[in-house]
Write a protein that binds this ligand. Structure first.
Ligand SMILES: Cc1cc2nc3c(=O)[nH]c(=O)nc-3n(C[C@H](O)[C@H](O)[C@H](O)COP(=O)(O)OP(=O)(O)OC[C@H]3O[C@@H](n4cnc5c(N)ncnc54)[C@H](O)[C@@H]3O)c2cc1C
Length: 474
């Protein structure tokens, strides 16, 4: 029996596991996929919003503001890069200036710093803004992170602090009495409390515990286009249009930590939460809306497109509730990434402390390893002296060394798949999109996992991408 089972290792589950690991409670994390952070938390804008947008009095408003504060502590503590680039909300017409006024009021109430910029000042800050801009609100605290870098840092430290992580273990049943028994195809696990952080599967997992619950989530897909990292100079900030009640924050232009520029997301209602395919209509919508905020870049600069799906609650707010020791943390759409540290803090203080009375424990910190391209020549040489394969480059676009790939397959939260390696180290994220490095990564994975190259997976079960000569092609 453990004290707490966390279901789902997205950013919310990882933040929860990390927060729990700073106490004396015993914790088990059960994740459906082979890799952690493989659903909503892997495909989003990566923005730590300032918190001026959510409705007054909502959990989103309160936890976004607090989450943004906590990232300022957590990122340096865990060695995760956070680029405080600031954000500009653009008005191009009189009614949009009214919308800026409403944002100003909310920002003032929440203590979020901002500046009002006239057209000239806005264009001086961001030369590629739409020439139609007439006023902008500048929020200096807006930042961007790599969501999975944060997630890996959290779950790695949680495991370092004693949390048990089991991946490839979907929760398929629950019984409750004196305690909870959570079932997966591989086993049954008992716990005093369960925290449901199952993202897109949140409704289904909540109903395993209470089948009388109605469906409370619906889904909206958002599609993106992204440039090479050498295009970072095109943009200095995150650029927002004025928000809309239906489409939320709207199509944005986003400067990323790594230097890529990202455009999107649109917001398309979908029925299947796992439909994350890009569509020509969705990408066309992104391109159509971009001129409302910036002078668009030529399409030839885009190296990839991707989509993510938001699990949205019918109340439009996060659902954070305790049902006799079973806690649902679901309906976590934007600003869920920005709020994740504060969601875990809220769940801890509101539900876990009163039931389990945990004792805080001082823990050592495992800082995230620095990417090769950020090392000084001296630091590189030190690593190469440890092992010559730190000097053997397997991904030229993103400067990834062979030994870093090897290390990633043997870490506290090991990578098992090509996507797991790509998220941790970025091979395949550059202009060649894996054309050069993919076969090398497959070779290393096969060697380190002691499997045949034809068994190496892209991400989930059944995603082998090599076929052995002589195999059936039926
Ligand atoms: C297009 C888009 C843009 C966004 N942009 C931003 C942004 O810029 N800033 C921001 O703050 N937020 C943003 N968000 C929202 C943010 O990404 C989410 O709020 C956040 O990632 C949700 O995290 P999660 O942990 O709840 O869900 P997930 O990351 O989906 O994690 C849930 C986990 O539960 C697992 N799971 C599901 N069912 C089971 C089961 N039965 N058993 C075991 N495990 C299970 C899943 O495999 C998954 O790993 C955006 C979202 C989208 C889609």
């Amino acid at each position: 029996m453990v004290d707490v089972i966390v279901i789902g290792a997205g950013i919310v589950g990882c933040a929860m596991a990390y927060t729990l690991s700073l106490t004396n409670l015993s914790v088990l994390v059960l994740e459906k996929n082979i890799e952690v952070l493989d659903e909503v938390s892997s495909s989003n804008s990566g923005i730590i919003h300032a918190g001026y947008d959510p409705d007054e009095g909502s959990l989103k408003a309160r936890l976004n503001v607090r989450g943004a504060q906590l990232y300022q502590e957590w990122c340096p503590r865990l060695g995760v890069e956070r680029l405080q680039c600031g954000g500009l909300v653009i008005a191009k017409a009189f009614d949009e200036m009214e919308a800026l006024e409403a944002l100003k009021v909310k920002a003032e109430r929440r203590g979020i710093p901002f500046e009002v910029l006239n057209r000239e000042a806005a264009l001086a800050k961001e030369p590629h803004l739409t020439p139609e801009v007439i006023q902008a609100l500048y929020f200096p605290s807006v930042a961007v992170i790599m969501p999975w870098a944060m997630g890996y840092a959290l779950i790695t430290n949680a495991v370092h602090n004693g949390v048990t992580l089991k991946t490839d273990e979907p929760v398929i049943g629950v019984t409750s009495g004196e305690y909870f028994t959570v079932k997966t195809p591989k086993g049954s696990y008992d716990a005093k409390m369960v925290i449901n952080c199952a993202g897109l599967g949140g409704d289904g997992v909540a109903r395993l515990h209470d089948p009388s619950l109605p469906q409370r989530l619906y889904f909206r897909k958002g599609e993106y286009q992204i440039t090479d990292k050498f295009d970072g100079d095109y943009l200095n900030h995150v650029i927002y249009p004025v928000p809309s009640p239906i489409f939320g924050k709207g199509v944005l232009a986003i400067k990323t930590v790594e230097g890529n520029v990202m455009f999107g997301p649109n917001s398309q209602r979908i029925e299947d939460p796992y439909d994350n395919a890009c569509t020509s209509e969705g990408l066309a919508e992104v391109q159509r809306k971009l001129p409302q905020i910036i002078v668009p870049m030529p399409l030839t600069r885009m190296i990839r497109q991707f989509a993510g799906v938001r699990p949205i609650s019918v109340t439009k707010d996060f659902i954070l509730e305790d049902k006799n020791g079973w806690v649902n943390a679901i309906g976590i759409d934007s600003p869920g990434l920005a709020s994740a540290p504060a969601i875990s803090e809220y769940l801890m203080n509101t539900f876990i402390v009163p039931r389990l009375n945990p004792v805080p424990i001082e823990r050592s910190v495992l800082k995230s390893p620095k990417a090769l391209h950020t090392l000084t020549p001296e630091e590189r040489n030190q690593k190469i002296n440890l092992h010559p394969d730190y000097g053997r480059i397997v991904c030229v676009c993103e400067s990834v060394a062979k030994q870093d790939v090897v290390d990633a397959t043997h870490g506290l939260v090991p990578a098992y798949t090509l996507k797991g390696i790509k998220r941790r180290l970025r091979p395949g994220s550059g202009r060649c999109q894996g054309g050069f490095c993919e076969s090398r990564i497959v070779e290393i994975l096969a060697q380190e996992l002691h499997i045949d190259p034809s068994e190496v997976l892209y991400d989930t079960t059944g995603t082998q991408f090599l076929t052995k000569i002589g195999d059936s092609h039926d």
